[in-house]
Each structure stands twice: as C-alpha cells, then as structure tokens.
Ligand binder design. Structure first.
Ligand SMILES: N[C@@H](CCC[C@H](N)C(=O)O)C(=O)O
Length: 285
C-alpha cells in the first residue's frame, strides 16, 4: 500500500517526456501496471517514461554504486518495462536534482542500470552526460516498413538500437507499431529503431520507434547510436585518428550534440526542463 499523497513532477529533454517520482527512501511501490497508468496520456499524467528518483543506498539494484553516486535513476518505459539506460532521462533526472536543491550546478554522478554516468549541469540549462562507449556488433540487420527495407547498423548504448539510413524520414511511415526487423534473434529483448537522413556535414536528422513506448520525439541513447553509426559510415573513427568527432542530431523535439572521443567515450549535450509539479491520486497506483 502506497503512502499518500505522492509527489510527482513532469519534465522533458528535447520533448522526450517523463513523469518524475521523487522517492529517496524507495518507499513507493511502482509495479509495471502503475507506471503504465501514470504514463497514460489520457487517463494518467502522461509521459514516454518514468524517472523514479531513489537514493542508491536504498535500492537493491544500485547499492553497489552508492559510493560513487548518491542518486539512482530507476528508469521505466511508458509501458512499465525496465530499460538499461535512458539518455534524455539522465539529463532530466540531473536537472530535477538541481531543481530540488539536492545538487548544485557543476558535476555530479548518477547511478543507472547502465552503470554510473557523469553529468555536467551548465549555467545556461544545458546538460552534458558521459554516456560510455558504443558497442558495434557486426550482425546484419534488416528493418522493413511498408514494403521498403534497409540494412541497419546494430549499436548498443547499454540498450539496443538498430540504425537505418533512409532517403526520406517520411519513409518510416506513421510508426504506430514496431517496424519489422530481421533476424529477430539479434534483439531477443526487443530494440529501439532509428531512421536517419543527412542534413549536412556531420549533421543528421532522425525519427525513432522506442521499445516499450512507440514513436517518441527524441531518444538520447538513440541519438548517440545514430552519431556513431553515421561516423563509421562516413569513415570517421576517433580511436584511429585521435581526434574527437561531433555530430549534430536533429530530433522531432529539438537538437542534441554528440561527441565521440578517442577513448570511445560518448558525450551528449542537450536541454532539460521541468514543466509541472503536483500530487498523484493514490488510486492510480
Ligand atoms: N528515451 C530514452 C531511451 C529509453 C529506453 C528505451 N525505450 C529502451 O527500451 O531501451 C533515451 O533518451 O535514451
């Protein structure tokens, strides 16, 4: 039984929006059904996902990170499923900690299921996250929408992505349901699928179908996956040249700037905002 009332906030990063539930002591029970109800845009608060804000020491999945990061981002997709990582979510999470007076401007660490992420909050409101390295398995993947097929790059940013370069973002169709991908065995736990077009030198635009959500207006891990896939397609590999490579990635909800460093570390910079605060009717949970 949950205590009442339960505070929530609503925030977004490039319009990837989240219900934020501050719960330092991990006292709020949030089964998948409750998360899905809260994220429902008609009967709930509405969001692509939910950020459960818990002290690392109070969460069984984060206790071993408590020495490095005081706060754990217990991220859930809008359908209630758990994902390894959420790039826009980390920016919004860090911005919330600052908004709540729990951290100051500057640098902090956030524990996630994908490990501890270093975050920098700048004075203009932009947030930069060190997202870790991309893994690039060599599997051949094909994505199909409405009779058109593309070979896609498999990129793992802690969570799985298939990046398809297309001629026109409209070719992704309405994205009301998950695009077909083969072989299914490459992604046994499902996948986030990005459709990408070129906008200029080291500048691309994307749409995304997110696992556990549907089409969203932005995906931070997706933008990182796209930047790395675009760099390799363009013959750029910072590990070989010793020079960082930066891509501007336009999403439907704004723009993210992604830099891959020679050691493989990927940095993502973009905005994060809080738009509302309130209390949750306990009957939703
Ligand atoms: N929107 C997120 C990604 C959230 C997780 C994803 N839907 C998954 O299931 O892997 C981002 O900004 O990275």
């Amino acid at each position: 039984m949950n205590p009442s009332p339960i505070t929530f906030l609503k925030g977004h990063g490039t319009e990837n929006d989240f219900v934020i539930v501050p719960d330092p002591d991990n006292a709020v029970d949030l089964p998948a059904t409750a998360v899905a109800r809260l994220c429902d845009r008609r009967a709930g608060i509405g969001g692509d996902g939910l950020l459960h804000v818990v002290r690392s020491a109070a969460h069984p999945e984060a206790r071993d990170m408590a020495g490095d990061a005081e706060w754990f981002m217990d991220y859930r997709n809008g359908d209630g499923s758990v994902a390894e990582m959420c790039g826009n979510g980390v920016r919004v999470f860090a911005h919330y900690l600052q908004h709540a007076g729990l951290v100051g401007a500057g640098d902090l660490a956030v524990a996630t299921r994908g490990g501890v992420k270093r975050v920098h909050l700048d004075k203009q409101g932009d947030v930069t996250v060190s997202m870790g390295r991309a893994l690039l398995p060599e599997d051949g993947v094909t994505v199909t929408v409405a009779g058109r097929s593309w070979s896609a790059r498999n990129v793992n940013m802690g969570n799985p992505h298939a990046v398809a370069f297309v001629d026109d973002l409209a070719h992704a169709g309405n994205l009301f349901s998950v695009p077909a991908f083969t072989p299914a065995a490459v992604y046994p736990d499902g996948v986030n699928i990005e459709f990408v077009v070129d906008r200029g030198p080291r500048h691309v635009a994307m749409r995304v179908y997110e696992r556990g959500v549907g089409e969203t207006r932005s995906c931070g891990t997706g933008a990182c996956a796209v930047a790395v896939a675009a760099a390799r397609r363009d013959g750029a590999d910072p590990a070989l040249t010793g020079a960082p490579v930066t891509y501007t990635v336009d999403v439907l909800g704004g723009t993210l700037v992604i830099t891959e460093r020679p050691d493989g570390e990927i940095e993502m910079t973009g905005p994060a905002v809080i738009v509302a605060e309130g209390t949750i009717d306990p009957s939703l949970l």
